[in-house]
Design a protein around this ligand. Sequence first.
Ligand SMILES: [Ca+2]
Length: 270
Amino acid sequence: MKNSMKSLSMTVAVMFLSVTLFAQLNISSLEKKMMKNTAPGNGAGNSPLNADAATPITVFPFMETFESGVWSPHTEPFHGLEANATIAAGEGNASNFAALLEGNSWASFYHTEDCEQAIANNKPIHNASISMTIVPSGVTDPLLLKFDYDLFYSFADYYSAFRVTVNGNPISDQGGTSCYKSSLPEGEGWKTLTFDLSPYQNDASFDLQIDFIGKYYRNYYQGGDAMVIDNLKVYYNTPPTIPISNWPIIFGVLLIALFIVFQYRRKITA
Ligand SMILES: [Ca+2]
């Protein structure tokens, strides 16, 4: 009995050690040096698990510029123990505030190069996200999600990744991409993504999430493992209507065009 307990605890110890070693693979000497100066667990606060507790979005277009400097009840932040989700000053797109999703320290981070796997392997500890609950209003024009973002990384591009999910399932943007990494540590500059939500607009309600994982916090090294989000919009893509006041002008132009055609035809037949 004593022996079996001993071998069990030995196995557990070996497993723990290999998991820790596995998590620290591919680390550069610079990162190792910097890790010594970062105590694991600093920076992160509590970890709310009610990721779906956002007040439903029922009025469209819904627009969030984050300029109030605090979370609206419609955008519910979540962060694991080694991640943060905040509204940050000085990070906005041609404005002051943006939502900032970032990692924290090296603790419990699993290195996985594949974008989807990097997210799956590091949830929930290194996960920071924004959750929204959408209650479609019944308009038949396609419902869309649009937001601006910039994405950064510290030592390797797979330390920082994100995706958009509906009811927990990843969806693709209008260009066909469903998982994002940055090609540059300091970010590629602001970009805009648009997602078609029309497959869900006949549902009574659905959960929409921007789902990020990051190893270190913003600017820990280079850009840090973080993303910034601004000008988030959920809206029906209604084609623009021509204001009634413009119709006399359009009618006048049409009359002139008709007159020219008429004159031209008369010239030909003459
Ligand atoms: Ca802003």
